[in-house]
Design a protein around this ligand. Structure first.
Ligand code: FES
Length: 322
């Protein structure tokens, strides 16, 4: 997708406060009688926000059931130290507001080769699993969720999930000293089990490295890790094909600055995960601050590629093939 890809116009029809930090938003198509595109559990959409002259595009996992495309729901965690997208959603979006969203894309789908699905969520990382569990339950596929929350008060959807799925849901509250018994869980699964994890970076590393150390095959490990673009000192880049020089502001991603200059650049996750925005570096005098987790160590060291959705630059000259 890119700036020119058709978007879907939606109305915000419901906003619910789920925890002191998390709000849930329901979107319905602006055009009455129109169904939204179908999606599968684990998909996300990119929400466009016109925030006082600044266009923000943030990805959010769809958490409504994939069986019902009359509306979509997402959850947004307020981040006062973030770049502004979550504050816009919490502070400026009202019931009745109109927004543009992308078509759904799924970078974290259920793997139908799995004989059992073992889900690990931390904090707001629960959202893709809510749609995924609705799909798994509808398809009568076996799953269990292990969900780590800061406290019961801050645990989004804990009661609802326990009510819906009973003994398949396991909640661990940090403030009670509870922790996911990872070694025991990962070490005692039937052959053919697939593992999925979404949450803070440290949790994802912990779960994946534990599974690898216990000999789990790579194809049975699935994770979703969208990064927020880093902030930093402003800098200029030159776009060779469009002949433009673009100034990147401290709170802006390289991709957002390129889009603001009217240059169409591809993207999908906007979080350093999918590889869609990969861009060739034609000239470099300085340091690329790679913040993605897509490029290999060799690609980073070569200085010939950058992921503009999350990476930054420090130095005198950066020329991109755009
Ligand atoms: S848009 Fe996915 S890595 Fe940049």
């Amino acid at each position: 997708m890119s700036d020119k890809t058709p978007k879907i116009a939606v109305t915000v029809t419901e906003i619910a406060e789920i925890t002191p930090l998390i709000k849930r938003f329901r979107f319905e198509p602006c055009e009455a009688g129109l169904a939204l595109p179908t999606f599968s559990g684990g998909a996300h959409v990119v929400v466009e926000m016109q925030d006082e002259g600044v266009l923000r595009r943030n990805p959010y996992s769809l958490m409504s059931t994939p069986l019902d495309c009359a509306s979509y729901t997402i959850s947004v965690r307020r981040d006062e130290l973030g770049r502004g997208g979550s504050m816009f959603m919490h502070g400026k979006v009202r019931e009745g507001s109109k927004l543009l969203i992308s078509h759904p894309v799924n970078l974290f789908p259920v793997d139908h080769r799995a004989r059992k699905n073992l889900l690990f969520a931390g904090g707001i990382g629960i959202t893709p699993f809510i749609a995924m569990m609705a799909q798994l339950a509808a398809e009568s596929l076996p799953f269990e969720l292990h969900y780590s929350v800061r406290s019961f008060e801050h645990g989004a959807y804990v009661e609802e999930l326990a009510r819906l799925y009973g003994h398949r849901i396991h909640i661990y509250c940090d403030d009670k000293g509870e922790a996911i018994p990872l070694n025991r869980l990962i070490g005692n699964q039937p052959l053919g089990t697939h593992l999925y994890v979404c949450g803070p970076a440290g949790m994802i590393e912990w779960v994946l490295s534990t599974a690898r150390s216990l000999g789990w095959p790579e194809q049975a490990l699935h994770h979703e890790r969208f990064l927020a673009p880093a902030t930093g000192a402003p800098y200029d880049i030159t776009l060779a094909l469009s002949g433009k020089t673009v100034h990147v502001l401290p709170q802006q991603s390289m991709l957002e600055a390129i889009e603001s200059a009217g240059v169409d650049a591809p993207y999908m996750c906007r979080g350093g995960a999918c590889g869609q925005c990969e861009c060739r570096v034609l000239e470099l005098d300085g340091t690329l601050l790679h913040n993605d987790h897509y490029l290999t160590a060799e690609e980073r060291a070569s200085g010939t590629k950058v992921m503009p959705c999350v990476s930054r630059f420090e130095g005198r000259t950066l020329v991109l093939e755009l």
